[in-house]
Design a protein around this ligand. Structure first.
Ligand code: BEZ
Length: 250
């Protein structure tokens, strides 16, 4: 089961919109064709799902967070609210697409088993997610602050694979790796690091009383990070590393 943060569509729209704005490369890798049946695994509020639909494909989404699923359904998209690891479809899709989600999944063998079963013969799996080394500086700063207060880190499971690890898991699940890359991408945070921390590290900061106590803890994390991730003109970046791959069902 995916025990990552529970996204809220409104705060995601404000602080997480850059995530789908960065979807161009992986949409190109997907190269959706008219009339293909495509599953958007972890479709969020449907921003990229809509773009896939515009290319003429029959796309449907799966989203675990009810608030995000509702936002996607409001665009007229067909979306199931469920855990990706519970997918039981058989030979339904020409392609499964996923952007910025699979690093929240702990049990990749179970996930890939379900994806493999859900694809038609020779179907493709096209993924971008956080990869090995993702947000290392941010995680280190949170660990340091958590240690000062004797608090658990509480971020949910995060799986940051190398491209080699991914290849091994994909082969075990019956896929052939067609193409992959692991690349750092300093990612501009249009609403700053504090907003990112509040949305994407919500389980950690929620442990501290809301208001001045929580604000102080966030300030401590920001202070640790500013030398590395804030520019002289006050722009914040996150130290993302992206893992991208295309794999084919064999
Ligand atoms: C990511 O897309 O890599 C990511 C986003 C939020 C938290 C952790 C990772």
């Amino acid at each position: 089961m995916n025990k990552g943060p529970q996204w809220n569509a409104q705060s995601y729209d404000k602080f997480g919109r850059f995530v789908s704005d960065h979807g161009k490369i992986i949409l190109k890798w997907l190269d959706a064709q008219p009339d293909e049946r495509i599953l958007d695994a972890g479709c969020g509020d449907g921003a990229l799902t809509c773009q896939i639909a515009k290319q003429g494909a029959h796309v449907e989404g799966i989203e675990q967070a009810p608030s995000m699923a509702k936002a996607a359904q409001a665009h007229g998209l067909q979306v199931r609210t469920m855990d990706l690891c519970d997918l039981e479809d058989v030979s339904q899709f020409d392609a499964i697409f996923s952007n910025a989600v699979l690093h929240w999944i702990e049990d990749w063998p179970q996930l890939l088993h379900g994806f493999h079963r859900a694809l038609k013969p020779n179907g493709r799996l096209v993924v971008e997610c956080g990869g090995f080394g993702n947000i290392a500086a941010i995680r280190t700063a949170i660990i340091a602050v958590a240690g000062q207060y004797n608090m658990p880190i509480e971020a949910g499971p995060e799986t940051y694979l190398t491209d080699q690890d991914a290849q091994t898991l994909l082969q075990k699940a019956g896929f052939k790796l067609i193409k992959s890359e692991l690349c750092p991408r300093q990612t501009h945070l249009p609403n700053g690091m504090a907003g990112w921390l509040r949305v994407f590290r919500d389980p950690f900061f929620k442990q501290f009383e809301q208001g001045s106590v929580r604000d102080k803890i966030i300030d401590q994390v920001l202070t640790m990070l500013e030398g590395q991730l804030k520019t002289p003109n006050e722009q914040w970046f996150a130290d993302y590393v992206r893992l991208r791959f295309i794999a084919q069902k064999i």
